[in-house]
Design a binder for this molecule. Sequence first.
Ligand code: FMN
Length: 384
Amino acid sequence: MGKRVLRTKLCDMLGIEYPILSAGMGPSLVGESTGAPVELVVAVSEAGGLGVLGAAGYTVEELREKIREIKKLTDRPFGVDLLLPGQIVRAGDQDAGGGREIPLAELVKALPKEHYDWLMKVKEEMNLPDIEATYKPGSTVMRPHAAIQVCIEEKVPLFCSGLGNPGFMVKDAHAAGMKVLGIAGNTRNARRIARAGADLVVAQGHEGGGHTGRIGSMALWPQAVDEAAPTPVLAAGGIGDGRGLVAAFAAGCVGVWVGTRFLASAEGGAMDIQKEAILKARDEDTRRTLLYTGKTSRAIFNKFHTLWDSSGLEPLPFPTQALFASAIVEMFNKARKKEYIAPFSGQVAGLIKEIKPAARILQDMVEEAADILTKRFPAGIVVK
Ligand SMILES: Cc1cc2nc3c(=O)[nH]c(=O)nc-3n(C[C@H](O)[C@H](O)[C@H](O)COP(=O)(O)O)c2cc1C
């Protein structure tokens, strides 16, 4: 049998075989590796989808290196995902740090006193080791303009903004022959991003992993399609197999943006204990919390959530809360307090039973969707 064909207009827009993108996933916390590293990007793009680098945790210099690594390993289209916090985009890039790394243990001393005192209390009461992780200033999150410039100079085929509206850079990106995608968790933002000139909008439902909004995928996808029209929409949040892909098509989406399922792949960037947590998780095992970054994000529920809830503390603004949470998780990790560590993950974790190579995940998704569309639907649904 020849190779399976499953195409939408997204494939023509991006020059890919299948309308499946692996989501840009940064590190869950400072010091962790990215969820969507070079290996995942290359595997997905080589398999006929489009892999997106999760670049939120890199410095601007590392970003350029990673883009060049991808180009060496594949000549297929790929994407880069950055977070573009509105307040930093408006204020301008922050201190590049001159390449020096700052110990997290120093940084946490500058946090509000009640946060620092609580951190030290947890450390003492749980007998946790010292904080050793370092923070590299000059991350793409703190220097969005410089990071965008790198993407433009490198002519990254698809630029993706995971947070904020990429409208301000669309003209320059188009001049470099790039496409631009923005992610929205509600129809207001889907419309805003589309009207700002982005080529594609991702509509991510409440059930998705990482930063996530309040509207469920089933309600959001068709409404986002209507609001963003004529800009095409990709579906995200809760997609783990071919059934999710077909559901996205039914809602009018041209393709899918898949996070958690690719995080739990052989090439996904999560730590092994985090992949184990996804395999063990059932549908009810994730929660939204402000704990990790100061913005609502979905992660597998663990004892750190309960500890934080009992602290009575207010979350710090994004991204300061991430420094605070990172310092504590680093101590848990070194002390092997597994029950206090789990990754960002979507509710789809309950569907994930096996760590597979990313190419297999993509092929299985395509095969199942094709089977549903060509066999199961005609056999199971009577239409006259
Ligand atoms: C570990 C992890 C890290 C993430 N980091 C980012 C990020 O840096 N930028 C971004 O745009 N989205 C990020 N997300 C959200 C994904 O891009 C995607 O929208 C989401 O995972 C889709 O839902 P799903 O997990 O149900 O597939 C992250 C998700 C996960 C699971």
